[in-house]
Write a protein that binds this ligand. Structure first.
Ligand code: ADE
Length: 234
């Protein structure tokens, strides 16, 4: 998988890809992440990338030309499965979308800033728009890092124990059951006996039941969704 991220704040993306699971995936060659500074395609001596909006109003808008040229340069080098604009008014990101996108190869993630991008970019270049939640961030960078993380960890070989991605919250429209580690008792607070029993079928049943109870209590709409769509989550 290759992810090209277009941003005016490349420094913001230095952290997330330089540690832990994402770094390991990149080092192993399972994922490539390339961060492109939009300013290097900026106009004139000052490398201008934004301008006032037509019609007046506060806030700058990212101009069409630097973004168009950068996207066209990238598209000239390879085919992209999706060119995604990170935006609070996009389609809401969830695990299902992450699963689906993780099967694809090449992505461009365009990060908005200030008031956003010139609408013509969205009309003529963007294939998909994604929001990571109903709140407004100061730019699309953190959202792009979130989406990249969710996709990269699903690539086979990225997680040491591949089954651990399958047991994540949301993979079955169920939240994950509680987990415990040593010590088995701390300040009198005990780990449930069943987990110490060594009886794996019973442990599995307990986990499924806990996952169901937790989902019912915290996110009942997930269970309704799986009733509507078929067998998942049962
Ligand atoms: N840019 C600003 N806010 C955002 C959000 N909630 N999701 C994706 N991109 C964004």
């Amino acid at each position: 998988m290759r992810i090209d991220i277009i941003t005016v704040l490349p420094k913001l993306l230095e952290g997330p890809f330089n540690d832990s699971i994402l770094k390991r995936a990149i080092d192993k060659g399972l994922a490539e992440v390339h961060v492109h500074d939009l300013r290097s395609y900026g106009l004139g001596k000052h490398r201008q990338v934004d301008d006032y909006q037509f019609g007046g109003g506060a806030g700058m808008v990212l101009m069409i030309d630097p973004i168009a040229r950068l996207i066209e340069d990238l598209k000239g080098q390879r085919d992209y499965d999706e060119i995604i604009y990170m935006s609070p008014d996009g389609e809401r990101f969830n695990q299902g979308m992450a699963n689906q996108l993780s099967l694809k190869e090449n992505f461009i993630l365009l990060c908005g800033h200030y008031k956003g991008v010139d609408e013509r970019i969205r009309e003529h270049f963007i294939t998909r728009e994604i929001s990571i939640g109903d709140y407004v961030l100061s730019g699309g960078e953190l959202a792009a890092a979130v989406v990249s993380d969710a996709l990269i960890r699903l690539i086979p070989g990225v997680l040491n124990d591949e089954s651990s991605a399958l047991s994540d919250s949301f993979q079955d429209d169920l939240l994950a059951p509680p987990v415990y580690t040593r010590p088995a008792e701390y300040r009198g607070w005990k780990v449930p006996d069943v987990l110490l029993s060594g009886n794996f079928p019973v442990i599995e049943e307990w986990r499924m039941n806990e996952a169901l109870e937790r989902t019912k209590a915290r996110r009942p709409e997930l269970l309704k969704k799986s009733e509507e769509t078929g067998e998942k989550g049962k």
